[in-house]
Design a protein around this ligand. Structure first.
Ligand SMILES: [Zn+2]
Length: 285
């Protein structure tokens, strides 16, 4: 699944290549990715044709193309989505779902393609959404957003009795922190994920936030070059996840700090990985 750094790579890549281009035409090859658009596939295409792209923005794992008329093309990559750029005539991908034919300011045609095998992702035209689509206005900023408010995060987390790992995954508090980043940041901070928010100090929470930012930044740095080749793979299978993980997926492996085998426990239909020695569980209240 594309994690936030991959989505940021896509956003930044699109920003470099499609801003100031105009959408000449839209071809919906499968209706499912535009299922949330009440206009239907034909209306979706019609609402975008002729619109000029003025920016590419992101909130959590959602990205949107801001359009000159004030609307937005809002997208989510789901489990397997990709946004690809090609010169026209490049062979179609097997799972090509939506084709946008753009015209750059220089008059060059460019294809932007939404490719999605499993189709949990999707695209929708958000009326008036150029600044921030109302569909996602409830989602908090993420820690690598320059306008993320650390003090506000600390204040809100300290009012909650929930486990810190749940708080990290709460999209209303901080967005974009998936299971992997949460486990890695908690390991670095030597914090057990079950520690309640209201029992953590401000400095501890700020340190944790710093680790979240570092882990995301490292993933971003490793995934951040592929778009310039006009092709980006956002399947979440970047080398980062194979080489650099200290906790996530490391069950039974020695902790890189203390040598104690990493433990795995069930967590919200998924797993949590932690070092039982470096990350002590909380005492009960
Ligand atoms: Zn350890």
């Amino acid at each position: 699944m594309p994690e936030l750094p991959e989505v940021e790579v896509v956003r930044a890549g699109l920003e470099r290549h499609v801003v100031d281009s105009t959408i000449d035409s839209v071809e919906v090859l499968h209706p499912r990715p535009v299922r949330r658009d009440h206009r239907g596939p034909t209306g979706f295409a019609a609402a975008l044709a002729g619109q000029r792209i003025v920016g590419v923005r992101r909130r959590g794992k959602y990205f949107w193309l801001a359009l000159a008329g004030g609307d937005a093309l809002l997208g989510h990559l789901g489990m397997s989505g990709q946004m690809l750029l090609h010169a026209p005539g490049a062979p179609d991908e097997r799972h090509l779902r939506v084709r946008f034919t753009l015209r750059t300011p220089a008059g060059t045609p460019l294809e932007m393609r939404f490719v999605d095998q499993r189709m949990f992702g999707g695209l929708v035209v958000s009326a008036g959404g150029a600044g921030l689509p109302t569909e996602i206005s409830h989602i908090a900023r993420d820690p690598i957003d320059p306008e993320f408010d650390d003090a506000e995060f600390v204040r809100r987390a300290r009012r909650r009795r929930s486990a810190i790992k749940r708080l990290l995954l709460d999209q209303g508090l901080v967005s974009g922190v998936g299971n992997i980043y949460a486990d890695e940041a908690l390991w670095r901070a030597r914090l057990h994920g079950e520690r309640p928010g209201d029992r953590l100090s401000g400095p501890v929470l700020r340190t944790l936030l710093g680790h979240v930012r570092d882990v995301m930044g490292e993933a971003l740095a490793q995934g951040g070059t592929s778009f310039d080749a006009l092709y980006v793979n956002v399947n979440g299978e970047s080398g980062y996840f194979d080489r650099s993980l200290d906790a996530y997926g490391q069950e039974g492996e020695p902790c890189r700090r203390c040598g104690t085998p990493i433990r795995r426990v069930a967590f919200m239909n998924r797993s949590s990985f932690f070092c039982p020695r470096c990350q002590r569980p909380p005492r009960s209240r």
